[in-house]
Each structure stands twice: as structure tokens, then as C-alpha cells.
Design a protein around this ligand. Structure first.
Ligand SMILES: Nc1ncnc2c1ncn2[C@@H]1O[C@H](COP(=O)(O)OS(=O)(=O)O)[C@@H](OP(=O)(O)O)[C@H]1O
Length: 370
């Protein structure tokens, strides 16, 4: 009787130790799993991840939930109700700043390279194809780009140049740091501010037929605000006279010659590369060849990186940065446009013609929009 009690206690003890070994193993596995997925690191790892691949998922992969560093800040409304005027930094921006500030105690694995000011910036134009260009450039091993739009030279200039530099990904010697913020092209102060940072900065402008650009811009605003008035009521001052309303930002942004004039007061023409938004779609590799030459890069990004996705109706990447599977840009890029009355489009085309011709003269390139 006593002996069977002993056996029971021994078996119970063995079972208990097996259970505790099992739980210890579970704990160790859980810990390693968390470490592998990056959760056991402190903030700097998060900051590093943002800089390297944050918007790859956001922009390129429709299946994943949005995860922006600067989610769209609250927009100020202009008279038309369009939501494209700059706004104050959002709480999310402030959060991202805190993360950037914490990244001073960077772990060894994240200290390779130096955070530098961008040597090249995609300054415009809104809805020109700027995201496509940046994502295509990021395939290049010598290009490191900040994923989100920092809006430093228009909205956040008062945060200072060090704040801006801190946003940038680390680069090794020979690598180029880049960012894209399409609103810089139409921001009066942007050229002088960029020149204050570095007058040697290379400036890339993706331009697109201003009429299609205006419709694309309107489509974006409409997607955020379904109650928006019709395109024609915003584009025309008065439907009977057919006069174009140049106070509407969707129209004003397309006056490329006017905006370029402002930039040419600070930068010589040789500092600019004008990329055709149309050719970026019809011949992405050809256009990327020009961009790589302008940036002094080896022509690495070529036609082998692209395929035309019939469903999307746009070129997509066979292998974007940090991924082994093909990806297209997100749903907000390449979306269908609403039908606009042909006479309104024709009126806009006539309106833009002299500005387009002036822009062709200034840039030395004919984009064939007429
Ligand atoms: N490869 C590829 N895939 C999808 N979309 C492409 C591509 N290349 C250029 N485009 C065109 O890019 C337009 C959006 O321009 P941006 O990225 O400059 O827009 S934004 O200013 O950043 O909102 C977007 O405008 P919409 O067609 O009006 O959506 C596209 O026409």
C-alpha cells in the first residue's frame, strides 16, 4: 500500500517535470518566434522597418491592410471641397516622430550606413506616376528611398533639416538617398528651401497630360468625398462662357510652365529630369533607362523587371524590393476615371495648349499632349 503510494508520487513527479519541460519549451519557442518577427526589439527596429519597406506593403500589395508612416493628414477644405490642401501634422505624424527620436539607441544590426539628405527628389507632379517611378527605382541596389511622402519642404519645414535627415534610410557610400513628394512642384517656397539644403540636388518631375492629370486628381478627391460636385462644375467658372477656373487646384497644378518658372530661379535646367508619365506606362524600362542615366546609376532596372498585368492594365514589377513575388501598385493607382463630357475635355485641352507649348520649350522636350 505504502509502496504503491510511492510509485504514484514518483509517476506524478515525472509527469510534472515533463509538463514543466513542455511549458518551458513552449515559452522558448514563443520567445524565438516573437524575436524572429521583430517584436522583441525596441523601437529602432520598427523605425528601420518603416524606412526600408513600410510602403511596399501599403502601396504594392492590395491584400495587406494599410500601414502608413504618415497616414493622410486631415485635409483643409478649399472652396470646391477638394481635399488637397496641406494640413497640420497629424497625431500619427507625431507618433512617427517619437519613433524616429527613439532610434538614437540603434542596435548594431541597424547601424550600417549613414542617414543622408536626399541627393535626388521626385518633386512632382501629383497624379503623374510618381509612386510608380519611386517603386521602380527602389529595385536598384544603389537607391534607398523613404517610403512615405515626407512633405518636408511644404508642410513640415519648421521641423528642421535634422528631422528630415532622420527620416531617411541609411545609405552606404555610392548609394543614392531619395524621396518623393509631388506637391513640392507647386509649392512656391520649395525650390529655395531645397536649395538651402543642397543646390546640387537632382530634381525629377513626372509629367502627364494636364487634362488627364486633372481628371485623375478629381477622381482621387471624389473617392474620398463622394458628394463632390461634378468635374465640369469645378473646372468651368461658368458653363455658358466655358471659362476655365484656374483657382481649382486640379486645373492649376497642370500649368507646368508656370511652376517650372519658379524652380528655374533657383536651379539650372540641367538639374531637372522630366519623365513622361505616359511613357512610364507604355515603356517603363525605356523611361527607367533615362532616369538611371540622369542619376548616374548603372542601368540595372530593365525590361526584365516588368510585365504588363492585363487585369490591372498597367505594368507591374516581377520582383519589387524585398519581395520574391510579382506586385502591382495598389488600388488607388490606375483606377478608372469617371466619364467627363467631351466638350469640357476639349475646352480644357484648348486652355492648356499654350502652357504646354511653353513647357515643351522650357524643358526642351515635346510630350505630345496635343
Ligand atoms: N505601373 C503603374 N501602376 C499603376 N498606376 C500607374 C503606373 N504607372 C503610372 N501610373 C499612374 O500613376 C498615377 C498616380 O500617380 P501618382 O503616383 O503620382 O499619384 S500621387 O500624386 O502620389 O497620388 C495613376 O493615376 P490614375 O490612373 O488616375 O489612378 C496611374 O495612371
Amino acid at each position: 500500500m505504502g509502496c504503491s503510494g510511492c510509485r504514484f508520487r514518483v509517476n506524478f513527479g515525472k509527469a510534472l517535470s515533463k509538463v514543466s519541460v513542455f511549458f518551458t519549451m513552449v515559452l522558448i519557442f514563443t520567445y524565438f518566434f516573437y524575436c524572429l518577427t521583430g517584436f522583441c526589439d525596441s523601437a529602432p527596429r520598427a523605425a528601420y522597418r518603416q524606412q526600408t519597406s513600410d510602403l511596399d506593403y501599403d502601396i504594392l500589395d492590395d491584400l495587406r491592410p494599410p500601414r502608413r508612416l504618415f497616414p493622410d493628414a486631415p485635409f483643409q477644405r478649399n472652396r470646391t471641397g477638394s481635399a488637397d490642401a496641406p494640413a497640420e501634422p497629424s497625431q500619427n505624424t507625431l507618433d512617427s516622430e517619437k519613433e524616429t527620436a527613439k532610434s538614437n539607441g540603434i542596435p548594431v544590426s541597424n547601424t550600417f550606413g549613414t542617414k543622408r539628405f536626399p541627393q535626388a527628389i521626385i518633386i512632382g507632379v501629383k497624379k503623374g506616376g510618381t509612386r510608380a517611378l519611386l517603386e521602380f527605382l527602389r529595385i536598384h541596389p544603389d537607391v534607398r528611398a523613404f517610403g512615405a511622402e515626407p512633405h518636408f519642404f511644404d508642410r513640415f519645414y519648421d521641423k528642421g533639416l535634422e528631422w528630415y535627415r532622420n527620416l531617411m534610410p541609411r545609405t552606404l557610400d555610392g548609394q543614392i538617398t531619395m524621396e518623393k513628394t509631388p506637391s513640392y512642384f507647386v509649392t512656391k517656397e520649395a525650390p529655395s528651401r531645397i536649395c538651402t539644403m543642397n543646390c546640387q540636388t537632382k530634381l525629377i518631375v513626372v509629367v502627364r497630360d494636364p487634362v488627364t492629370r486633372a481628371v485623375s486628381d478629381y477622381t482621387q478627391t471624389l473617392s474620398k468625398n463622394p458628394g463632390l460636385p461634378s468635374f465640369q462644375s469645378l473646372a468651368l467658372k461658368n458653363s455658358s462662357t466655358g471659362l476655365i477656373d484656374t483657382t481649382w487646384s486640379a486645373v492649376r497644378i497642370g500649368l507646368y510652365a508656370k511652376h517650372l518658372e519658379n524652380w528655374l530661379q533657383y536651379f539650372p535646367l540641367s538639374h531637372f529630369l522630366f519623365v513622361s508619365g505616359e511613357r512610364l506606362v507604355s515603356d517603363p524600362a525605356g523611361e527607367m533607362g533615362r532616369v538611371q542615366d540622369f542619376l548616374g546609376l548603372k542601368r540595372v532596372v530593365s525590361d526584365k523587371h516588368f510585365y504588363f498585368n492585363q487585369t490591372k492594365g498597367f505594368p507591374c514589377l516581377k520582383k519589387p524590393e524585398g519581395s520574391s513575388r510579382p506586385r502591382c501598385l495598389g488600388k488607388s493607382k490606375g483606377r478608372p476615371h469617371p466619364q467627363i463630357p467631351s466638350e469640357v475635355l476639349q475646352r480644357l485641352r484648348d486652355f492648356y495648349r499654350p502652357f504646354n507649348h511653353r513647357f515643351y520649350q522650357m524643358s526642351g522636350q515635346d510630350f505630345g499632349w496635343d
